[in-house]
Design a protein around this ligand. Structure first.
Ligand code: SF4
Length: 424
């Protein structure tokens, strides 16, 4: 893997310099993290990424936005609009999870236009290709699976979710212990079905070296998927989840030995009191590889508001050491997200990541809060709004009662404590 090789040779590759500058750390810090496997830089060697990012220990918590079509809805132009929103609201990476018939055109367009790293789940392509042939994923061959991985590598994908931890043993545990929500990962469910139908071990697990050789050739970072992540707070931290995590830890070690960058995906749905344990366990079992969490949602009872239920979990996860947060939109569990849902999800996750960074003591994180607080206290509305996370929304709300030129707002009016305390 180019960056690790560069790091091993002590070369300050251009990419390392750029991410170091963006993070306000030294190139040496990034190189050391790459060597130890605590930092990854997802960047396919075929792409020239305008806004690259490093993910891992000691760095700003990053956020990913999932976009992409479903079999029901979506097209190239709609997904490119979602990508524009991801750029506008500062996602660090996007994942194209398209499963419509035009998945190839969508991925190609996103890779061409995206200034940031792009990730995928190659198994989705295998499933759509099988459907095109009036077949099913369970009937695909191992070569079909590797054809999609190779094709997407050549297309320029920067990081892959690989569901190699759903093994026969793990599925045996799932059967034995049972669950409320079963398997909620699409890749995990597809793989489990394939294994049952073919009465065979997971081909990504069995042929993991083949995955590694493609990843190495194209400098693709692997994101080892948690196919058995809990989909209900009632299933959190159960035996199948932990058994899979142990396997991912072993696979991560193999990836590192081969010079392939690797991160680990995590839950899912986790009650607040189990989040710290989940993060610490991942770090321990996976030798401190970067942890990429989906939320986690801290309760299951609020569909329509899962950007909030999950951002609560994401901020705690970030604080306890998660490095990369996959956003959740208000449409989670209900529908493919709209453009507005993508925006809402992104803002929720920027808040989660930033609040984690304040608590983790990430360089300059608190400085932003100080700036906004100073403008707020002096009721300097223009600068207060301009410095905020979503100036358009803040301005629209502030304008409701035409107080833009006043030194109070419509909430307390003449009883504004900031104004009163200023005088005393
Ligand atoms: S009026 Fe109330 S809400 Fe508005 S700036 Fe003053 S203290 Fe804040």
């Amino acid at each position: 893997m180019r960056q690790i090789n560069d790091a091993r040779r002590g070369h300050k590759a251009e990419l390392i310099k750029r991410v170091a500058k963006l993070e306000g750390v030294s190139s040496r810090f990034i190189i050391d993290g790459l060597k130890k496997g605590t930092i990854v830089i997802p960047a396919n060697r075929l792409r020239n990424i305008k806004t690259p990012c490093a993910i891992g220990k000691g760095l700003r918590t990053k956020i990913n936005a999932n976009i992409g079509t479903s079999p029901y809805y979506g097209n190239v132009s709609e997904e490119l609009k979602k990508l524009d929103i991801c750029v506008k609201y500062h996602a660090d990476t996007v994942m194209d999870l398209s499963t419509s018939n035009d998945f190839k055109a969508v991925l190609k367009s996103i890779i061409k236009k995206s200034p940031m790293p792009v990730g995928t789940v190659p198994l989705y392509e295998v499933a759509v290709r099988a459907k095109e042939k009036n077949s099913s994923f369970a009937k695909t061959s191992v070569d079909d699976i590797f054809f999609a991985i190779q094709r997407q590598a050549e297309e320029g994908v920067d990081f892959f979710t690989i569901h190699a931890g759903v093994t026969e043993d793990v599925l045996g545990l799932l059967k034995k212990h049972g669950r409320i929500a079963g398997i909620v990962s699409r890749g995990g469910a597809l793989m489990a079905k394939w294994m049952k139908k073919n009465k065979r071990e997971n081909p990504l697990y069995e042929n993991f070296d083949r995955v590694l050789s493609i990843a190495k050739e194209y400098d693709i970072a692997l994101s080892l998927g948690d196919g058995l992540r809990p989909g209900s707070v009632c299933d959190a931290t159960d035996k199948p989840q932990i058994a899979e995590l142990k396997i991912l830890g072993k696979l991560a070690r193999r990836a590192k030995e081969k010079g392939v960058q690797v991160m680990i995906e995590g839950p899912g749905h986790v009650p607040i009191n189990q989040i710290e344990k989940n993060i610490k366990l991942q770090k321990k079992l996976c030798n401190n590889a970067p942890f990429y969490v989906l939320g986690p949602l801290v309760t299951d009872v609020a569909p329509g508001y899962d950007h909030i239920t999950s951002a609560i979990g994401a901020s705690l996860a970030g604080y306890y050491g998660a490095d990369f947060l996959c956003y959740v939109t208000p449409a989670e569990h209900l529908s493919i997200p709209t453009l507005e849902d993508v925006k809402e999800g992104l803002i929720a996750y920027r808040i989660a990541a930033h609040s984690a960074d304040i608590a983790k003591g990430i360089k300059d994180a608190k400085g932003w809060d100080k700036t906004v607080s100073i403008f707020r206290t002096s009721r300097d509305w223009k600068r207060h709004i301009k410095a905020s996370m979503d100036p358009e929304k803040a301005e629209a709300i502030h304008k409701r009662f035409k107080t833009e030129t006043k030194d109070i707002c419509s909430m307390c009016g003449e009883y504004c404590p900031l104004k009163i305390s200023e005088k005393i």
